[in-house]
Write a protein that binds this ligand. Structure first.
Ligand SMILES: Nc1ncnc2c1ncn2[C@@H]1O[C@H](COP(=O)(O)OP(=O)(O)OP(=O)(O)O)[C@@H](O)[C@H]1O
Ligand SMILES: [Mg+2]
Length: 228
């Protein structure tokens, strides 16, 4: 379970998060909706301690990441698979090398074990046989799938998605959404999805919140209809 308590973050006079409170229960995917520039990426980075916050805390299974020592922060982050906005794949590495990066950094697995895991992950995301390709030869949607495979490499308890379907055509959007649902039921991952896309929010969200002017509110049924 992840609890976000009174999280606040400003950049000079710009208030991005203003006492944000919500919870991610076990097995739930929470969606935070908001237009561009509202602070969705700042929220995700703040939750992982990648950005220092001004106030508030984020508790992972009762442990505050803000109060944690460096070593504990590192242990918490290992439980989180992060699908970054725009994928953040390394262009100089092929698909297999990109996916195996966290395994090489954080585990003592042999090259053979790593390759087996990479092949398995590629199958899970529907990209079997693409291990040797370089990111530049992949479509935006395919890159997103590879980024998802990389996020899964360390068998995370939680998944964080930053704009997973932005910029994708409807077919690829459906594919990514189906995979997100599939991963959740297969591994019972909990997590958070930030997006400005209501269709994606509706398709994957167990709870939907709206981030607006630093404040977060649960989207009611009526608001969901109005948003259409
Ligand atoms: N490191 C930073 N220094 C100063 N301002 C920042 C920094 N990071 C983000 N901001 C500002 O905080 C606000 C929220 O940014 P953020 O990237 O979280 O938006 P977003 O909701 O993710 O937008 P998008 O949908 O375009 O990805 C923006 O006004 C942005 O300019
Ligand atoms: Mg963003």
């Amino acid at each position: 379970m992840i609890e976000i308590k009174n999280l606040s973050k400003s950049f000079d006079s710009l208030i991005v998060l203003d006492k944000v409170n919500f919870c991610i229960d076990e097995g739930n995917l929470v969606v935070v909706l908001g237009p561009s520039g509202t602070g969705k990426s700042v929220l995700l980075k703040s939750m992982l301690g990648l950005l220092p916050v001004d106030d508030g805390e984020v508790f992972f299974d009762g442990k505050s990441i803000q109060a944690a020592r460096e070593r504990e922060v590192y242990e918490i982050r290992k439980q989180v698979g992060f699908v970054f906005q725009g994928t953040a794949l390394f262009d100089s590495m092929n698909v297999a090398e990109n996916i195996s990066l966290p395994l090489r950094e954080h585990t003592a697995m042999s090259s053979k074990e790593i390759m087996e895991r990479v092949c398995h992950l590629l199958e899970v995301v529907g990209m079997a046989g693409k291990a040797g390709q370089y990111p530049e030869s992949l479509s935006g949607g395919m890159k997103r799938l590879v980024a998802m495979a990389r996020a899964l490499a360390l068998k995370p308890k939680y998944l964080f998605y930053d704009e997973p379907t932005t910029g994708l055509d409807p077919i690829m959007t459906d594919k990514v959404v189906d995979l997100m649902k599939d991963l959740k039921s297969r591994y019972a991952n909990s997590g958070i999805v930030v997006t400005h896309d209501l269709q994606t929010a509706r398709a994957v969200g167990d709870q939907i919140y709206m981030l607006k002017r630093g404040r977060i509110n649960k989207l009611t049924k009526i608001e969901k209809e109005l948003y259409d």
